[in-house]
Write a protein that binds this ligand. Structure first.
Ligand SMILES: Nc1ncnc2c1ncn2[C@@H]1O[C@H](COP(=O)(O)OP(=O)(O)OP(=O)(O)O)[C@@H](O)[C@H]1O
Ligand SMILES: [Mg+2]
Length: 414
């Protein structure tokens, strides 16, 4: 019988909640085999603001994924975002009593433990410890120290943390929806996994995932993660602006934005008029398309200016030679690349998830970069575990001690 592993990623976003079932076949290829999506309720800027509404959205997305795949979902890998997510570069070293010790995984684990100690704090939780580089015996830069001989190994890591309470709140609503949380992947790391090329990370790149409530940023240079940040800016602000300016309901503003919106007035004709209803049961009104697009352009411009300042704070802005990659639903706005290039003064591309097979073309879209990336992150971990289940069974993700330890270890390898 063929062996494959089946697992689920859940993205409880500020705009949509998505559950995606992935199957890793025996050749290591990831297939999307189930999918459920619903508009999110009870989540704002990545945080739970109404637990019972959030639970309803999660249950609905999961039920749809179950019904179109035939699998029962008991556990998920969860994407999380939010302004409480932070990252810091941290260094430390381990010296050996022998001058020619062969470095093994236990030494690296001890180094990671030393780094983790620096983040011991009741309010924050480490979510990822990502190695940047190692220095052997104070003079040789190495990327994989295990198996090398030395008397001292120094390591630099990017440590991503989140607030314990914010993480507990999102985990709790997932658990109250009847699901186990087998692992957590922060949004920018997930989007990076599905979208970025290694060459871009080497050259220097910033990925910005602009969703409904959050802009999640990750910055890479020389192949390493340098910074992660989550800024409370997203497409919901554009919808609100349209709704306020034209005195129309938010739902109608959202539809207008998607139907007629483009990122810049350079791409609209004057005097183009669109007819819309201000509210479901009210009369049709006429709006200048130019004014709709002007509203979008103002807000996007302001968002990009703030995001540019955030990127400049990393000190790497001038060295991002591969430019900027945009993902998230807002990246679907026509001509957004053009506006972004003007403000960032860099090459901009729209990032679409790659390297998986799906039954529906819609997954190759920027708004699925996070959830698909979460599956791919998990798939890499599972590939290394060399275990399989029958293809007809759901991979057992109930959290066990071994499993948690396994994932902790794997996370440290990324
Ligand atoms: N074609 C489109 N044109 C303009 N905006 C769009 C389009 N498609 C989606 N959006 C916007 O993208 C945003 C949703 O993006 P996404 O689905 O990535 O959000 P999310 O992951 O749920 O939220 P977050 O990551 O902020 O928690 C919404 O504001 C939506 O209006
Ligand atoms: Mg998102």
């Amino acid at each position: 019988m063929s062996k494959s592993k089946t697992f689920v990623a859940l993205d409880v976003g500020s705009y949509k909640t998505v559950a995606v079932i992935g199957d890793l076949d025996e050749t290591g290829k990831l297939h999307i085999i189930g999918f459920g999506e619903t508009l999110s309720k009870g989540i704002e800027k990545g945080a739970v603001v109404n637990p019972s509404e959030a639970i309803k959205s999660i249950k609905e997305a999961v039920a749809t994924a179950e019904s179109n795949s035939g699998f029962r979902i008991s556990s998920v890998v969860l994407n999380i975002g939010g302004v409480h997510i932070e990252s810091k570069n941290e260094k430390d070293f381990i010296s050996f009593s022998s001058s020619n010790k062969e470095i093994d995984q236990n030494d690296i684990n001890a180094l990671i433990e030393k780094i983790s100690e620096k983040f011991k704090n009741d309010n924050i939780q480490i979510l990822h410890i990502i190695p940047k580089m190692f220095v052997l015996d104070d003079d040789e830069i190495v990327y994989e120290p295990v198996g090398l001989i030395g008397s001292k190994i120094s390591g630099e890591y990017n440590v991503i943390t989140g607030k314990v309470n914010s993480i507990s709140n999102i985990k709790k609503v997932v658990e109250q929806s009847g699901l186990g949380v087998m692992d957590i992947v922060v949004n920018p790391i997930a989007s990076t996994t599905s979208v970025l090329y290694e060459e871009e990370k080497d050259l220097g790149v910033a990925i910005i995932d602009i969703g409904g409530g959050l802009s999640d940023i990750a910055v890479y240079k020389n192949g390493h993660l340098e910074a992660v940040k989550s800024i409370p800016l997203g497409g919901n602000l554009i919808t609100k602006d349209i709704s306020f300016r034209f005195k129309i309901s938010k739902d109608i503003a959202e539809n207008i934005k998607k139907q007629y919106g483009v990122a810049s007035i350079e791409f609209v004709e004057f005097n183009e008029v669109v007819e819309v209803k201000s509210r479901e049961d009210e009369e049709t009104i006429k709006l200048e398309k130019y004014e709709i697009v002007e509203t979008i352009e103002w807000r996007l411009t302001e968002m990009f200016e703030i995001l540019r300042k955030e990127l400049e704070k990393t000190g790497l802005y001038d060295r991002l030679n591969a430019g900027i990659v945009l993902t998230g639903g807002v990246a679907n706005t026509p001509y957004i690349q053009h506006l972004a290039e003007k403000i960032f003064e860099k090459d901009v591309r729209i990032g679409k998830p790659k390297e998986f097979k799906a039954f529906n073309e819609k997954f190759y879209s920027p708004e699925y970069a996070t959830v698909i990336g979460c599956l791919q992150f998990t798939a890499s971990a599972l590939k290394d575990k060399h275990v399989g289940s029958n293809s007809s069974e759901m991979f057992n993700f109930n959290i066990s001690d071994t499993f948690t330890k396994f994932f902790d270890k794997i996370k440290n390898l990324f």
